[in-house]
Ligand binder design. Structure first.
Ligand code: FAD
Length: 398
């Protein structure tokens, strides 16, 4: 476990918006340092959608170890296989090794979120089905208004509420100033594996479209579909699942391979993970008594390192607050100074949509030619591991 807690944040009331990955991890560390923590999540329960996420390099694994969840996550590994890129007849074009897609530890995002929630839940208050609607900073705190619950005053508010963060919007301004749509959307859902999909996933492309599917490595009776497609910025409501489904069906209509089969499972999907592939750039992650963390601050959808960076960020933010005994004037700039280069470096230039579903025939040919070369695959694995490790974790033992 994390060792004896500290009381450096005793009496500090901290509100976290978002119970995804970074939010519960921060709740764990803040309560470890003695703070009174409330996490508010807009979804009615912990969100279960998404696919596998991975950890790589010493910083990611180091934080998991300090949190005391490394062994549990090892036991939940997906044991996901390689990813075969195939043509419409199922002939292999190239194969990405398991390590490329799955890093050193790969778990289902839903399992990770649950583990983080369970390790923080005994010490923090969780409120589901509500959201912050207004924030007003005073010299003695921040008054927070909610859509459903009663207003309250806290010492600090952290937006760990993802790409479409409401804390960022309320504290800093509209999403359009900070989030750039990179030209693609993604969709993923689970379905019963009645067609014998293997854990070695298959991926099929035409220009601007990628469809893939594979069995769940821990329960092969389930399979997952994962689609990426070029599309203009989304204008409909992010919570409108029917509109997402209509958009997906239009985008993939008439394509060969197993696409019609996959689309036929969409209407019965229990939970659809849909988002635009976007990059978040926020000039300053902190202002007064507000801080942003995780995708809300530095996200790139499917950027590959969002999960590990979110956990490292949560550890550093809580540690800097404890080091400064809760003085946000000192702690928040220190958090940003320690993390900005680490978090910003891997997202610079990243465009996972263009990699997964190159938008023209020429780009698709170029991508395929590159990934047939084992040297390119090995170089990419090595460079992501080195970027993920490019931070020295402070100790924060007091
Ligand atoms: C359902 C889901 C599935 C995902 N699947 C994958 C995946 O398969 N692969 C991958 O690489 N990344 C995936 N991601 C993104 C990945 O979790 C993040 O990149 C990374 O873990 C950083 O986490 P985060 O906590 O900053 O953001 P997120 O994990 O996105 O969590 C943000 C949380 O904030 C909540 N929220 C949003 N708006 C509000 C609001 N107004 N008020 C309160 N709460 C709010 C969301 O419901 C969510 O629970 C997924 C995200 C989600 C939400």
């Amino acid at each position: 476990m994390t060792g004896t807690g500290t009381s450096r944040l005793r009496g500090k009331r901290i509100l976290i918006s978002g119970a995804g990955v970074a939010g519960p991890a921060l709740a764990h560390w803040l309560t470890h340092h003695g703070a009174d923590v409330t996490v508010v999540e807009v979804a009615p329960t912990l969100r279960g959608g998404g696919f596998a996420v991975d950890f790589r390099g010493s910083a990611h694994l180091g934080v998991l170890k300090r949190m005391g969840i490394l062994d549990e996550l090892r036991s939940l590994q997906t044991h996901g296989g390689a990813m075969r890129c195939v043509d419409a007849q199922g002939r292999e074009i190239f194969t990405l090794p398991a390590e490329f897609a799955g890093g050193e530890i790969e778990v289902r995002r839903a399992d990770l979120s649950r583990v983080l929630y369970e390790c923080s839940k005994p010490h923090a208050e969780y409120i589901f089905g509500d959201t912050v609607t207004d924030l007003n900073e005073t010299p003695r705190g921040v008054r927070v208004d909610f859509a459903r619950g009663a207003s309250r005053t806290v010492d600090l508010v952290v937006g760990a509420d993802g790409l479409h963060s409401c804390i960022r919007r309320i504290a800093l301004g509209p999403e359009s100033r900070f989030v750039r749509h990179l030209g693609h959307c993604l969709a993923g859902w689970e379905f019963p594996n009645t067609r014998g999909w293997s854990p070695e996933a298959e991926q099929f492309n035409v220009p601007g479209r990628m469809a893939s599917a594979g069995a769940d490595g821990r329960d092969e009776s389930r399979a997952g579909a994962f689609l990426v497609f070029s599309c203009p910025p989304v204008t409909h409501d992010w919570h409108d699942a029917q509109a997402h489904k209509a958009l997906i069906k239009r985008a993939f209509d008439g394509l060969p391979w197993h696409v019609p089969d996959l689309l036929s499972t969409l209407d019965d999907a229990r939970e659809l993970y849909f988002d635009s592939i976007s990059r978040v750039s926020v000039p300053s992650w902190t202002a007064g008594r507000f801080a942003l963390l995780g995708d809300a601050a530095w996200g790139v959808t499917l950027g590959g390192m969002g999960v590990g960076t979110g956990l490292v960020g949560a550890y550093v933010l809580a540690g800097e607050l404890a080091a400064a005994r809760g003085d946000h004037h000192v702690a928040l700039p220190a958090y940003e100074a320690r993390l900005r280069r680490y978090a910003a470096v891997w997202q610079r230039g990243a465009n996972p949509g263009e990699f997964l579903a190159p938008s023209t025939a020429a780009r698709l040919r170029l991508r395929n030619a590159m990934f047939r070369r084992s040297l390119v695959r090995r170089a990419l694995i090595a460079s992501t591991k080195s970027l993920a490790s490019n931070i020295e974790l402070p100790s924060y033992t007091f």
